[in-house]
Design a protein around this ligand. Sequence first.
Ligand code: MIC
Ligand code: SF4
Length: 641
Amino acid sequence: MGYTIAQKIIKDHLISGEMVQGNEIALKIDQTLTQDATGTMAYLEFETMGLKRVKTEKSLAYIDHNTLQSGFENADDHRYIQSVAEKHGIYFSRPGNGICHQVHLERFGKPSKTLIGSDSHTPTGGGLGMLAMGAGGLDVAVAMGGGAYYITMPKMYKVNLTGKLKPFVSAKDISLEILRILSVKGGVGAIIEWGGEGIKTLSVPERATITNMGTELGATTSIFPSDEITREFLKAQGREEDYVPLESDSDAEYDKIIEINLDNLVPLIACPHSPDNVVTVESLKGTKVDQVCIGSCTNSSLLDMLKVAALLKGKTVKPSVSLSVSPGSKQVLTMLSDCGGLSDILASGARLLECACGPCIGMGFSPNSAGVSLRTFNRNFEGRSGTADAGVYLVSPETAVAAALTGEITDPRLLGEMPEIKMPTSFKINDSAVLTPANEEISSNVEILRGPNIKPFPTSKCVTDTLSCGVSLKVGDNITTDHIMPAGAKILPYRSNIPHLSDFCFGVCDKDFPKRAKELGESIVIGGINYGQGSSREHAALVPMYLGVRAVIAKSFARIHSANLINAGIMPLTFKNANDYEKINQGDKLTLSDIYGGMDKGIITLKDESSGEKFELVATFTERQKKILKAGGLLSYTKEN
Ligand code: MIC
Ligand code: SF4
């Protein structure tokens, strides 16, 4: 049997484990990236390991999330990261240089390499044929130190594209179509390979839009072959030498094959509050729109921006709509400006935001109350925009422009002729905003700059053989990390201050949770299907850990969050019988006994002391995970070892 693209990369990077679906495998990691909102924590963890220099081929620290400096906190964190990077051999991408995934794609990603990033949209690199995965900060810290990255050997899915996109239908619509087909949990445990004749019509940035948004499927990652289109892109970026061809074998086997005919695709839109809530744009026509945002790591490439500029040229944004445009990188912004596209965008009445995540993570530009916001982003989770009652819709750049010009949801095909946009054959290269680390001889002189906002890493407790405590919270299906640990301009500056963050934990679901959890001392959280979907933020595990959560019992978990819980010493357990979920109530007292024996058997018994009923919980942990839990988390485990 032949290999899929991902299996080939896994085979070349396998340190231990068997490439058998469901087995734990350890991978060698070639590149890492961090962003600032998860980076401070990752570097504090890296420092704790006591290593002098990173051992990867290339590690980068990007500043793109917390660029709103409304107090000393973010600026201090940036300085901290910059100094750690300089000292430990990490390249530092300065604020303003762009969104980590866009810059990484342009300047550093390489086909056939492995990349992990402390950000769930790291799979953007799959557009270049990399095996790129999102991970918790601690996993990234370990990889920087030369340690392996552990994943469960995924299933392999293939999406075959045929045909060619019609004008005004774009890569984003392909992403929305696959979300419509598979849902936000349809990719869990799988790597999605994109292939078929149709991919030959997609440039690298378009492919990257698709692999970026594959995160919303819950997939481990998504990947495209590395072909002539990849070579052209790398050549245009002045790094043709990074090109290596990569494709799956003709007899590779897949667990699922999905066919999408691009000829039949129409403009799509994801409705509040989930990226898989997808309908046609046409079906919502006439809905009044208050705000439109174009940008984010999904749709901020030069290609996207040139399209937007061409469609806005000579036209004016409706007075009732506020339009923001954030180019993905300094390269994109410079080239957009040089060709005159930026002037066309500004002349239309759009507001230019800096090359950063911005509104995507609620860092400014929150919508008006109960506002309707159309965004070219990848997530529309409740409250994420910063306005609790806003309705956020996810769309392509074409659909975003149509709404900005008409003031309502409008099928972009009504805009007339689609201007022809070509990718440049050479990009403008200027890496001045990427700082090279100090060399080994002088790095010991580099002083680490720590601000007062950086609080010590919270200590976790070891998993004991018996756990007896109350249920502090019961939540439903598809709870996102934005529910567990919200972001936004008011909270994000405290990403290195767990005690302060803890006041906001689960704020979207229940404002009293932090107080209740503290009163209980130790507690258990009950969740539904796909618990912890969304971001890679380990804060969604570290903060509950700080508040005394010892186990989360759910119907199923999202991959990165489940790993983050284990890393924080919290047991992720699933109901053997999903209906038992109904029988446990918030406030019940639960006892889990013989936990160690149960971990070996794969089943732990739970007694609900309030009802007297007993239930079975699935506890399938690898030997390594059991040791991590018993040690009280990955940091203690790593130190012990
Ligand atoms: C996101 O898109 O949710 C984020 C902000 O980029 C996160 C990381 C974070 O929470 O800092 C992610 O996707 O992992
Ligand atoms: Fe930034 Fe948004 Fe992309 Fe997350 S999804 S990395 S917040 S642009």
